[in-house]
Design a protein around this ligand. Structure first.
Ligand code: THU
Length: 138
Protein backbone atom coordinates (compact mmCIF):
# COMPACT_ATOMS: atom_id res chain seq x y z
CA UNK A 1 0.00 0.00 0.00
CA UNK A 2 1.21 3.50 -0.72
CA UNK A 3 1.53 6.12 2.00
CA UNK A 4 1.70 9.87 1.73
CA UNK A 5 4.23 10.28 4.54
CA UNK A 6 6.65 7.79 6.06
CA UNK A 7 5.51 6.90 9.60
CA UNK A 8 7.79 8.45 12.23
CA UNK A 9 8.52 6.61 15.47
CA UNK A 10 8.53 8.75 18.61
CA UNK A 11 11.63 8.91 20.80
CA UNK A 12 11.31 6.43 23.69
CA UNK A 13 10.63 9.09 26.34
CA UNK A 14 7.79 10.60 24.28
CA UNK A 15 6.31 7.19 23.52
CA UNK A 16 6.35 6.46 27.28
CA UNK A 17 4.63 9.77 27.92
CA UNK A 18 1.90 8.74 25.47
CA UNK A 19 1.50 5.44 27.36
CA UNK A 20 1.14 7.46 30.59
CA UNK A 21 -1.59 9.55 28.96
CA UNK A 22 -3.41 6.39 27.90
CA UNK A 23 -3.04 4.95 31.40
CA UNK A 24 -4.53 8.10 32.90
CA UNK A 25 -7.49 7.75 30.52
CA UNK A 26 -8.01 4.12 31.57
CA UNK A 27 -9.01 5.31 35.06
CA UNK A 28 -12.31 6.58 33.59
CA UNK A 29 -13.14 3.34 31.76
CA UNK A 30 -16.77 2.26 32.13
CA UNK A 31 -16.82 -1.46 31.45
CA UNK A 32 -19.68 -3.03 33.48
CA UNK A 33 -20.09 -5.87 30.98
CA UNK A 34 -16.57 -7.07 30.27
CA UNK A 35 -14.65 -5.61 33.20
CA UNK A 36 -11.86 -5.04 30.67
CA UNK A 37 -10.55 -1.51 31.11
CA UNK A 38 -8.77 0.24 28.25
CA UNK A 39 -7.24 3.68 27.85
CA UNK A 40 -6.05 5.49 24.74
CA UNK A 41 -4.27 8.71 23.87
CA UNK A 42 -4.27 10.18 20.39
CA UNK A 43 -1.58 12.63 19.32
CA UNK A 44 -2.69 15.20 16.76
CA UNK A 45 -0.33 16.74 14.23
CA UNK A 46 -0.49 20.05 16.11
CA UNK A 47 0.77 18.36 19.30
CA UNK A 48 -2.56 18.14 21.08
CA UNK A 49 -3.22 14.91 22.97
CA UNK A 50 -6.80 13.63 23.19
CA UNK A 51 -7.59 10.86 25.67
CA UNK A 52 -10.26 8.19 25.50
CA UNK A 53 -11.45 5.20 27.52
CA UNK A 54 -13.78 2.36 26.63
CA UNK A 55 -17.45 2.80 27.46
CA UNK A 56 -19.97 -0.05 27.55
CA UNK A 57 -23.72 0.51 27.52
CA UNK A 58 -25.64 -2.64 28.50
CA UNK A 59 -29.02 -1.02 27.89
CA UNK A 60 -28.34 -0.52 24.17
CA UNK A 61 -25.85 -3.40 23.86
CA UNK A 62 -23.13 -1.07 22.59
CA UNK A 63 -19.40 -1.05 23.19
CA UNK A 64 -17.22 1.94 22.39
CA UNK A 65 -13.51 1.18 22.37
CA UNK A 66 -11.04 3.58 23.94
CA UNK A 67 -9.39 4.19 20.57
CA UNK A 68 -12.61 5.23 18.85
CA UNK A 69 -13.69 7.37 21.81
CA UNK A 70 -10.39 9.26 21.54
CA UNK A 71 -10.75 9.55 17.78
CA UNK A 72 -14.37 10.76 17.94
CA UNK A 73 -13.54 13.26 20.67
CA UNK A 74 -10.71 14.65 18.54
CA UNK A 75 -12.75 14.75 15.33
CA UNK A 76 -15.61 16.48 17.08
CA UNK A 77 -13.21 19.18 18.25
CA UNK A 78 -12.13 19.83 14.68
CA UNK A 79 -8.83 17.93 14.74
CA UNK A 80 -8.20 16.03 11.52
CA UNK A 81 -4.54 14.96 11.42
CA UNK A 82 -3.10 12.39 13.79
CA UNK A 83 0.36 10.89 14.07
CA UNK A 84 0.42 8.50 17.04
CA UNK A 85 -2.03 6.55 19.18
CA UNK A 86 -1.17 4.91 22.50
CA UNK A 87 -3.41 2.21 23.92
CA UNK A 88 -3.13 0.29 27.18
CA UNK A 89 -5.08 -2.34 29.09
CA UNK A 90 -4.51 -4.07 32.42
CA UNK A 91 -2.69 -7.06 31.00
CA UNK A 92 0.92 -8.05 30.50
CA UNK A 93 0.75 -8.41 26.74
CA UNK A 94 0.16 -5.40 24.49
CA UNK A 95 -3.52 -4.78 23.81
CA UNK A 96 -4.50 -5.42 20.19
CA UNK A 97 -6.88 -2.86 18.69
CA UNK A 98 -10.09 -4.44 17.38
CA UNK A 99 -10.88 -4.68 13.68
CA UNK A 100 -13.48 -1.95 13.75
CA UNK A 101 -11.03 0.52 15.35
CA UNK A 102 -8.28 -0.44 12.91
CA UNK A 103 -10.58 0.32 9.99
CA UNK A 104 -11.86 3.61 11.34
CA UNK A 105 -8.39 4.81 12.36
CA UNK A 106 -7.13 3.89 8.90
CA UNK A 107 -9.83 6.04 7.36
CA UNK A 108 -8.67 9.16 9.20
CA UNK A 109 -5.00 8.48 9.84
CA UNK A 110 -3.44 5.98 7.41
CA UNK A 111 0.09 6.90 8.56
CA UNK A 112 -0.68 6.47 12.26
CA UNK A 113 1.81 4.76 14.55
CA UNK A 114 0.21 2.61 17.26
CA UNK A 115 2.04 2.56 20.58
CA UNK A 116 1.39 -0.34 22.94
CA UNK A 117 3.08 -1.44 26.15
CA UNK A 118 5.27 -4.51 26.34
CA UNK A 119 5.40 -6.67 29.47
CA UNK A 120 8.50 -4.83 30.72
CA UNK A 121 6.69 -1.51 30.39
CA UNK A 122 8.59 -0.36 27.34
CA UNK A 123 6.72 1.07 24.33
CA UNK A 124 6.23 -0.88 21.11
CA UNK A 125 5.56 1.22 18.02
CA UNK A 126 3.97 -0.37 14.96
CA UNK A 127 2.42 1.36 11.94
CA UNK A 128 -1.35 1.03 11.73
CA UNK A 129 -0.82 -0.19 8.16
CA UNK A 130 0.88 -3.29 9.61
CA UNK A 131 -2.21 -4.01 11.71
CA UNK A 132 -4.48 -3.64 8.68
CA UNK A 133 -2.70 -4.44 5.43
CA UNK A 134 -4.51 -4.13 2.11
CA UNK A 135 -7.19 -2.12 3.84
CA UNK A 136 -10.44 -1.00 2.29
CA UNK A 137 -10.47 2.69 1.34
CA UNK A 138 -13.40 4.64 -0.09
N1 THU B 1 -11.57 -2.60 23.94
C1 THU B 1 -11.01 -1.39 23.70
O1 THU B 1 -11.47 -0.36 24.21
N2 THU B 1 -9.92 -1.34 22.90
C2 THU B 1 -9.27 -2.42 22.38
O2 THU B 1 -8.26 -2.27 21.69
C3 THU B 1 -9.78 -3.76 22.66
C4 THU B 1 -11.11 -3.83 23.32
C5 THU B 1 -12.71 -2.67 24.85
C6 THU B 1 -14.04 -2.87 24.20
C7 THU B 1 -14.83 -3.50 25.34
O3 THU B 1 -15.33 -2.46 26.17
C8 THU B 1 -13.79 -4.28 26.12
O4 THU B 1 -12.52 -3.73 25.73
C9 THU B 1 -13.79 -5.76 25.86
O5 THU B 1 -13.77 -6.05 24.52
Amino acid sequence: MTQNHPPILLPENEAKMMLSEATAALAYSHAPVSGFRVGAALLAADGEIVRGCNVESPSVLQVFCAERVALLKALSEGLREFTHLAVVAEQRDPVQPCGLCRQMLMEFAPDLIVITRLADGSPRQIPLADYLPESFRL
